[in-house]
Ligand binder design. Structure first.
Ligand SMILES: Nc1nc2c(ncn2[C@@H]2O[C@H](COP(=O)(O)OP(=O)(O)OP(=O)(O)O)[C@@H](O)[C@H]2O)c(=O)[nH]1
Ligand SMILES: [Mg+2]
Length: 281
């Protein structure tokens, strides 16, 4: 174990504060629904993360994004967007689940590039309609900020980072660099911390003190080039029957940071556009 992370607040109050902040959260541009795109290898825990966020918000285990028990093959077959609610309030962000990146039939990077740019193709969880908008390039259907991705989230399993194939990491890096060119904020959700460290499996409160977790965060940083402060180690709800305060805090804290980054991006780009327009005047 590393140095004790004694300053972490694991109290019910902390959880309630996070819930309150998410409940009252307003994006930088209030008429936008923030789009958070999750991508990563097959079985990394992308769908489980969406279920975990939903469970933490609902206060009970939910299973809207179907998951698979580690078959090794890609389980999620379609890009799908999940709207989230809390106490009957619709939250202004949507989590987009994708097919795992792999060799062969998985999500290929071109599809992700197109999503980043706003050429959205996904099935919406609340409507069963296929919303396929390969937008015609005329003035009326111009792609706007609303259509784009506002935060890119790489999901990586802590217990497999050291053995991930170079080809897979190269693809993930390509996606990340493309997002960087577009100035889209990026974070890593490092899942399965329980599988990476026995002390964390025994007690999730050890997560920030675990040497194994830190080592894997450093590997994420080195292999994908994302700074440590944008890497969130978490454990998803996967075999629990009820929610608990510690996991709720880890999950809600990560999601609150993600939506704030997305909101900053929208705000900054709105300001840049406004400045550019006023210079032209
Ligand atoms: N121990 C542990 N298991 C997890 C965690 N997150 C997910 N799992 C398990 O990992 C397996 C794969 O999770 P999914 O959420 O289906 O992974 P995915 O990234 O959506 O995979 P694809 O849809 O195939 O790309 C499931 O059996 C989950 O229960 C975690 O934090 N800890
Ligand atoms: Mg999935």
């Amino acid at each position: 174990m590393g140095a004790a992370a004694s300053n972490v607040d694991w109290s019910d109050d902390k959880k309630e504060n996070l819930l309150k902040e998410l409940n009252t959260f307003q994006p930088g541009n209030s008429d936008i629904t923030l789009r958070i795109l999750l991508y990563g290898p097959v079985g990394a825990g992308k769908s489980s993360f969406i279920n975990s966020v939903d469970s933490a918000l609902q206060g009970r285990i939910t299973n809207r994004a179907l998951t698979d028990s580690d078959s090794g093959e890609c389980f999620t077959q379609q890009t799908k967007a999940y709207d989230l609610n809390r106490e009957n309030t619709h939250l202004p962000f949507t989590l987009i689940d994708t097919k795992g990146i792999e060799h062969g039939s998985g999500m290929n990077t071109d599809e992700i590039f197109r999503m980043l740019q706003g050429h959205v193709e996904y099935r919406h969880s609340s409507w069963s309609l296929l919303k396929k908008t390969d937008k015609p390039k005329n003035e009326k259907n111009k792609i706007t900020m609303k259509d784009k991705i506002h935060c890119l989230v790489a999901v990586l399993p802590a217990n497999k980072i050291s053995s991930m194939e170079d080809d897979l990491l190269r693809k993930m890096r390509e996606v990340r660099l493309r997002a960087s060119d577009m100035e889209i904020p990026q974070v890593i959700i490092m899942t399965k911390v329980d599988e990476a460290c026995p002390h964390v499996k025994y007690n999730i409160r050890n997560v920030y003190a675990s040497k194994d977790v830190k080592l894997n965060m450093e590997r994420c940083q080195a292999r994908l080039g994302v700074p440590m402060c944008y890497i969130y180690p978490i454990k998803n709800y996967h075999d629990e029957r009820t929610t608990n305060t510690e996991l709720d805090i880890l999950i809600l804290n990560a999601v609150l940071n993600i939506v704030n980054f997305a909101s900053d991006y929208v705000k900054d780009h709105k300001e840049k556009k406004t400045n550019a327009t006023s210079k032209e005047d």
